[in-house]
Design a protein around this ligand. Structure first.
Ligand code: KIV
Ligand code: ZN
Length: 510
């Protein structure tokens, strides 16, 4: 591979999924992995197979269905972890086992109560075992940025000698800064004699908001792979964001003299998909993918932009996939027009699914004169489920005002029967959720609720995300409508249906 190419290793499905509340179903993972393939990432870390059956199945299915990128599974330096990762990756076209062990003094003393010699031996043994299964093995000395340098150099050298093909240097707790981290990478190249026999990767967390800066500093000092997530999601403050690193390298190519293979015009679509699946809304001022990233408000700016866009725009919105938000369809648009627009957006729906979306589309188009791409995407997300729903919304009636007790009547369809119930609540949404709880009769706790307008104007579609918890497991639901109460009901029902679909299987924490 060309030496100026930076390998993009996406860990949205593994480290990203470790964000609080961001757990993904197996089907979510496959859909996202297929989109990551369209985005053209080089490596997809699909999960941590030993940590649960769902994780194992997720890696297994991604490995079977996604053929172009390398598919990677995570494993501690423990035999069973490595065997399980190898089993999950059996059908991968290009499998990689990623094995890790903490090497900082604080982790070795407090977490493992093991000596440097013992940790070194575990690393060598695990890399050797992983190489028995696959040719592509990545080794990470966890908490590298706080690891004593002499030991770090020694364990990296030993891992390469044992067969590691990629060495990943994580700043696990986001402690480093660009000068220090760049220097560490430079020293690894200088002090580890066999470093050039493997790829040097970096993996930065964002606890001090420096993950992207640290990653770029590492690339300036020779790192060849960047570990990233879409929207920067991940443990605590998250991981290095894919879109920011990729666009920094592209926009400032004459400075960095590096490039990636990412199809940047797929970035926004991927970001939206991750946000939908995880229920984690992207902040409006987020670089590249935030709703305001290309919005120009100040009059002076707007005036200059009309004269020449490059006065205030260092990259075009189109280059990252912000299509123009043109009116796509209206109430007179036919089924054919809807089908063809959905195809342009990447949705090839069968007749039954198209009928469902068309029916909802007509209702929305009746209320809203202009239907935008974002509205259509939300409708597809609402109507097309990757599992059969146990309960479907038949109708709802809300009574609300400042002098009445908010009351909701809800009717749900369950196995050809219509079940109706009513409840009062603190507000109309609360009343509706309580009525749903009465019908479904499955105890859940609402732990998060958020509402976002998808497009502008007073008839904008609202998208609601809710997270519910049941027996320690969390489920995200989403719903969209021009009516925020209907969107809330759909989101809550979606979360309940996901819980019912997951059944009583219990997933162990990782
Ligand atoms: O942050 C970290 O150290 C990790 C390792 C498993 C690479 O996620
Ligand atoms: Zn991490």
């Amino acid at each position: 591979m060309d030496e100026n190419r930076v390998i993009i290793f996406d860990t949205t499905l593994r480290d990203g999924e470790q964000s609080p509340g961001a757990s993904m179903s197996v089907d979510d993972k496959v859909a996202l992995a297929l989109q990551l393939e369209r985005l053209n990432v080089d490596v997809i870390e699909a999960g941590f197979p030993i940590s649960s059956d769902v994780q194992f199945e997720g890696v297994k299915l991604v490995a079977a269905k996604v053929r172009k990128p390398t598919i990677c599974g995570l494993a501690r330096c423990i035999d069973q972890d490595i065997d399980r990762a190898a089993a999950a990756l059996e059908r991968a076209a290009r499998p990689r086992i990623h094995t890790f062990i903490a090497t900082s003094k604080i982790h070795m003393d407090k977490k493992f109560r093991k000596s440097e010699a013992e940790i070194l031996e575990m690393a060598i043994k695990s890399v050797t075992r992983a190489r028995g299964y696959v040719d592509d093995v990545e080794f990470s000395p966890e908490d590298s940025a706080r690891t004593g340098k002499e030991f770090l150099f020694r364990i990296i050298e030993a891992a390469i000698s044992a067969g590691a093909t990629t060495i990943n240097v994580p700043d696990t707790v986001g402690y480093s800064n660009p000068e220090e981290f760049g220097q560490l990478i430079r020293e690894i190249f200088e002090r580890v004699p066999n470093m050039r026999k493997a790829i040097l990767s970096v993996h930065c967390h964002n606890d001090l908001g420096l993950a992207v800066a640290n990653t770029l500093a590492a690339i300036r000092n020779g790192a060849q792979q960047a570990e990233v997530t879409i929207n920067g999601i991940g443990e605590r403050a998250g991981n290095c964001s894919l879109e920011e690193v990729v666009m920094a390298l592209k926009t400032r190519e004459s400075f960095y003299r590096k490039h990636t293979a990412i199809k940047t015009d797929e970035i926004v679509k991927t970001s939206r998909m991750v946000s939908k699946v995880t229920g984690m809304i992207v902040q409006p001022n987020k670089a590249i993918v935030g709703a305001n990233a290309f919005a120009h408000e100040a009059g002076i700016h707007q005036d200059a932009m009309l004269k020449d866009r490059t006065t205030y725009e260092i990259m075009t919105p189109e280059s990252v996939g912000w299509g123009d938000t043109k009116i796509v369809l209206g109430r007179h648009s036919g089924r054919h027009g809807l089908k063809s627009r959905l195809q342009d957006l990447g949705y090839n729906l069968g007749k039954e699914d198209l009928d469902k979306v068309y029916e909802r589309f007509l209702k929305i188009a009746d209320k809203k004169k202009e239907v935008f791409d974002a509205d259509l995407e939300a409708l597809v997300g609402d109507e097309i489920q990757d599992f059969s729903e146990a309960f479907m919304l038949e109708y709802f009636h809300i009574l609300s005002g400042d002098k009445v007790l908010p009351t909701a009547t809800i009717a749900l369809k369950h196995k050809d029967t219509i079940i109706q119930d009513a409840s009062v609540g603190d507000g109309p949404v609360d009343a509706a959720f309580k009525a749903i709880d009465k019908i479904i009769n499955s105890p859940v706790k609402l732990i998060d609720y958020s509402l976002q307008a998808l497009t502008g104007g007073k008839e904008a579609m609202g998208e609601v995300h809710v997270t519910i918890a049941n027996n320690g497991r969390k489920f995200v639901g989403r719903g969209a409508s021009t009516d925020v109460i209907e969107a809330s009901i759909r989101a809550y029902l979606h979360a309940h249906n996901r819980l019912l679909h997951a059944g009583s299987k219990s997933e162990s924490e990782h």
